[in-house]
Design a protein around this ligand. Sequence first.
Ligand code: SIN
Length: 312
Amino acid sequence: MSPDLSVTWLGQTMQSPLYNASGVMCRSEDELDAVRGSAAGAVITKSCTRLPREGNPEPRYASTSLGSINSMGLPNAGFRYYLDYARRYDYAGGKPLFVSVAGLCLDDNLTMLRVLAEAVLPCFPEVNLSCPNVPGKPQLGYDIAGMAEALEAISEAYPRPFGVKLPPYFDPVHFAEVAAVLNRFERLAFVTCINSIGNGLVIDVDAEAVVIKPKAGLGGLGGDYVLPTALANVREFARLMPAKQVVGCGGVKSGREAFMHILAGARAVQVGTCLYEEGVGAFARIEAELRALMQEKGYASLDEFRGKLKTL
Ligand code: SIN
């Protein structure tokens, strides 16, 4: 029998653990519908601000042999656009909808979350605490006290389950400190690990130049560059926050990386750079590869290996 890729969490069942990472194929209704119509198990919107934004000047994305660098700067159609999409969304279709919000200040996040709460929709907010690409706005996820204050206010503003998208952390002390903060918030149901590794610099040797325009070339890294860091964050937060769900994001381009994220403890897995490069056909391909790998290993369901990474 073919292995079962379904996953039940947040009271919903996804037929596949895979969906798009916020930022990829999710800015317009057409893109969101393309993800919904693909083999993805869920859909997430582009991180939105209260008002529409053009984002940073182009070129702001470049692919490299090891992945990608981007400094998009939150180009998006504005919260109302994604709220309207969420109002019209076919929830009965069995693909949960996540609405990513990335207010430029806490008040903007609270305003958007209050409106979302009043709309009483069966979607789930993912609050982006980790965009590295807005000049002058540091990633809140690196300010642990500031993040705790924000989560107090967010928990009051949004009375139902929500998630946060975290930046990558690189030190066990920081994993523990962040987890201790996040564990205090009961309605914080999931954390997405990780956003891009912020402010890398890719250099084109021939041109002796950077490859993207914003921030003099600094941008968030995705793809192969980030896989081990993403897996470390997934494993550590899954271990330190057993009452929360971890969504893995970073470096998934085949069934093998999807398997690694789940083995490290991920409940669901987002696809970013690979989806950008390949389009929505990536979901069916990665799922087929994941099924084949599970079959080879004798696993019938994701539960049989999730979080069971061995140590030496
Ligand atoms: C962007 O729009 O700059 C990417 C969003 C993010 O990395 O959070």
